[in-house]
Design a protein around this ligand. Structure first.
Ligand SMILES: NC(=O)c1ccc[n+]([C@@H]2O[C@H](COP(=O)([O-])OP(=O)(O)OC[C@H]3O[C@@H](n4cnc5c(N)ncnc54)[C@H](OP(=O)(O)O)[C@@H]3O)[C@@H](O)[C@H]2O)c1
Length: 271
C-alpha cells in the first residue's frame, strides 16, 4: 500500500524539498504549512495535498490527522520539521522571544507527537522523525536560545525512542549542518534591543559569518535524501547527521576534550 508522510513547515527549504522528493518517489505527502493559500511551488495532485498547520495552534494540531485521513488512507511517518532561529545575545532577548522559540521548535513538536502516539499505537506501527541540528549537540555564541531548543529536542527524541519501541513506533532525528535555505533570511529573528551594549563586534563577526557560511552550504535536497533514508532504511538508527561537514564536526565533538572543542568553535566564529 502507498505510504504517507506528514511534513510540518513544508512551505520552504527542507520541508518543501522533502515533500517534493517523497511525492516524486510515489509516497502520498501531506504538506502542512501556516499559509497554504500562499504556496506557489508545491502543486496539489493526487498524491500531494496541502493543509493548514501552525504548530503553535492546538486546534490545528488536534484536527490534522482526521483531515489527512479524509484524503489518504493512513499516515505512516510524521516529519516534524518546522522551526526557526531566535538569535542574538541572550541579554537582549525578551521572555516572549524565549517562549516563542520553544513554542515552535520544542512544544509544537511535543504536542503534535502527542496526537500521533495513540494513532500509531492503534495502527500497530509508525515513525516520528524530528529535525534537530548539529547545534543540538554543541553550541555557538549568540545561538543560546536556538541551541537550547535543539538540545531539548535531542533529549526528548532520545528518551522517546525507548518508550515507543515496544509499540513498533520508531523515533529518529536528522541533524543538519548549515543548509542553504531561507533559514538565515526570513527564519532568523535577531533580537533588537539597542540599549544593551557590548556585543557589537561579536554580532558582526558571527551573524555575517553564519550567513556567508550558509551561502556555501549544501542545499535542502541533501537533507530530503537523508529523511528518505531514515524513513526507508528499516533500521532503529536514532541520529542522521546530514549536510556538508556535519559528520566531521560531530566526530570532533565526540573525540575532542570539551575545552579543545570549545576553543575550536570560538576560533571558527571569529574568522
Ligand atoms: N537551514 C539550516 O541551516 C538548518 C540547519 C539545521 C537545522 N535546521 C532546521 O531545519 C528546519 C527547517 O528549516 P529550513 O532550513 O528549511 O528553513 P526555512 O526554509 O526558513 O523553513 C522553515 C519552515 O518552518 C516553518 N514554520 C515556522 N514557524 C512555524 C509555525 N509556527 N508553524 C508551522 N510552521 C512554521 C516556516 O513556515 P512559514 O512559511 O509559514 O514561515 C517554514 O516552512 C528547522 O527546524 C531548522 O531549525 C535548519
Amino acid at each position: 500500500m502507498t505510504k504517507t508522510i506528514l511534513i510540518t513547515g513544508a512551505s520552504s527549504g527542507i520541508g518543501r524539498a522533502t515533500a517534493k522528493l517523497f511525492a516524486e518517489k510515489g509516497w502520498n505527502v501531506a504538506a502542512t504549512m501556516r499559509s497554504p493559500e500562499e504556496e506557489s511551488e508545491l502543486r496539489e495532485r493526487s498524491n500531494l495535498k496541502l493543509y493548514r498547520l501552525d504548530v503553535t495552534k492546538k486546534e490545528h494540531l488536534q484536527n490534522i490527522i482526521s483531515q489527512v485521513e479524509d484524503d489518504f488512507a493512513s499516515i505512516d511517518v510524521l516529519f516534524n520539521n518546522a522551526g526557526y532561529g531566535a538569535v542574538g545575545a541572550f541579554e537582549k532577548s525578551t521572555e516572549e522571544e524565549v517562549l516563542q522559540q520553544f513554542r515552535v521548535n520544542v512544544f509544537g513538536v511535543m504536542e503534535l507527537t502527542r496526537e500521533f502516539i495513540p494513532y500509531f499505537k492503534n495502527k500497530g506501527e509508525g515513525m516520528i522523525i524530528n529535525t534537530s541540528s548539529v547545534v543540538g549537540r554543541f553550541t555557538i555564541p549568540l545561538y543560546s536560545l536556538y541551541c537550547s531548543s535543539k538540545w531539548a529536542l535531542e533529549g526528548f527524541t532520545e528518551a522517546l525512542q525507548y518508550e515507543l519501541r515496544q509499540f513498533n513506533i520508531r523515533v529518529k532525528m536528522i541533524e543538519p549542518a548549515a543548509i542553504k535555505t531561507d533559514f538565515h533570511g526570513r527564519s532568523l529573528m535577531v533580537f533588537e534591543n539597542d540599549s544593551v551594549k557590548g556585543y557589537e563586534k561579536m554580532e558582526k563577526n558571527i551573524l555575517s559569518g553564519m550567513r556567508k557560511r550558509n551561502e556555501k552550504a549544501s542545499g535542502p535536497e541533501v537533507v530530503a535524501e537523508t529523511v528518505w533514508k531514515a524513513a526507508n532504511d528499516g533500521s532503529q538508527k536514532l541520529r542522521y547527521p546530514t549536510g556538508k561537514g556535519a559528520g566531521a564536526v560531530l566526530f570532533a565533538r565526540k573525540i575532542l576534550p570539551t575545552s579543545w572543542f570549545n576553543k575550536m568553535v570560538l576560533k571558527q566564529q571569529n574568522r
